[in-house]
Design a protein around this ligand. Structure first.
Ligand code: AVI
Length: 318
């Protein structure tokens, strides 16, 4: 995108950010949708999080995809068209596609065209000759797959445990829409993080180097940059806490003192210790994940876990 369409898209994004911020920060319990964590700086910080010693999900899932490549390829079968939702840098797709038998195509789907380029070129390098057909779309909504896929069996790919960032009811709706997009008879390879010791979970979301804190606080910098807000990020601190009742890690920004912040012509008041809830990362027990999938019309075909049962990869039949 360039010129006027790019400016229009940026203006629409800014309007949506302001609307979400005003709605979320006017609520009795202040909240901001976690999708706004990912501007360019947020994406860079998230990339750094995935390499932290405390953040086990990425390396554990990668270990499963590598160690179980044969079993996954056998269960998926030959000729699959792999449709990845939110491919990031395409590293996991490259790993998956390297092991699959005669895949038909790779379709990375993302709302941001710049992400698609990175994924497309990494996969093209890992699997030369494989048709790579990027689609710019908001994959949380329905969208059309490229006609060129023909009758190739579809394998949706949603690694990384991003399913955990949805509220469970939203996750069901999302998985149902994926099934409608991919078509009946399709399959889905899904990564899901598992419930485990609280200390391990809290450390993964509050690392010693402070990268996750910077990732969370970047949301306030983003509101200042893009929405003309007047946050003093030094007046807030990062908190990651396990919510045992809802089996999720919550990220909050805690106001260090009573303060007032201007945002889009409004004044937002914070009491000392009041928080903005910025992200939930739900952790699943296998039986809950199975029930979630079933409620969305998917049946479990196979499950793979690491020996320490930190993380799980699921093959679902639609
Ligand atoms: C993208 N998502 C799966 C990450 C997670 O673990 O919930 C986002 C994240 N937030 C803090 N650290 C990582």
């Amino acid at each position: 995108m360039s010129g006027a369409p790019a400016r229009d898209a940026a203006a629409m994004q800014r309007a949506a950010l302001i609307a979400d911020a005003l709605a979320g920060l006017s609520a009795a319990r202040k909240t901001l949708p976690c999708k706004w964590l990912y501007d360019a700086e947020g994406a860079r910080l998230f990339e750094a999080i995935t390499r932290l010693p405390e953040y086990y999900p990425t390396r554990t899932e990668t270990g499963i995809l590598t160690g179980q490549a044969e079993a996954i390829a056998a269960a998926v079968g030959p000729g699959a068209a792999v449709v990845e939702f939110g491919p990031g840098d395409g590293a996991k797709a490259a790993l998956l596609l390297a092991g699959l038998r005669a895949p038909a195509a790779y379709v990375p789907v993302d709302i941001a065209p710049e992400w698609l380029e990175a994924a497309a070129s990494r996969v093209a390098a890992a699997r030369p000759g494989l048709p790579v057909l990027p689609v710019v779309a908001d994959f949380t909504q329905g969208f059309a797959l490229p006609q060129r896929l023909g009758a190739a069996p579809r394998l949706g790919f949603f690694p990384g445990s991003t399913i955990g960032n949805f509220e469970p009811a939203e996750a069901t709706g999302f998985l149902r829409r994926l099934r409608a997009t991919l078509g009946t008879g399709s399959r889905l390879l899904l990564g899901a993080d598992l419930v485990k010791e609280v200390a391990v979970l809290e450390a993964a979301y509050d690392d010693a180097a402070g990268v996750t804190a910077a990732f969370n606080l970047n949301l306030l910098h983003r509101l200042n940059r893009e929405a003309g807000a007047e946050f003093d990020p030094a007046g807030f601190r990062h908190r990651a806490v396990w919510n045992a009742a809802l089996e999720r890690i919550e990220m909050h920004l805690v106001s260090c003192h009573a303060q007032r912040v201007r945002l889009a012509g409004r004044e937002i008041r914070f009491a000392e210790g009041e928080t903005i809830h910025t992200e939930s990362s739900h952790k699943y027990r296998p039986e809950r994940l199975r029930a979630l999938a079933a409620a969305a019309g998917w049946q479990v075909a196979a499950t793979w876990m690491d020996p320490d049962r930190l993380f799980s990869v699921w093959l679902l039949d639609g």
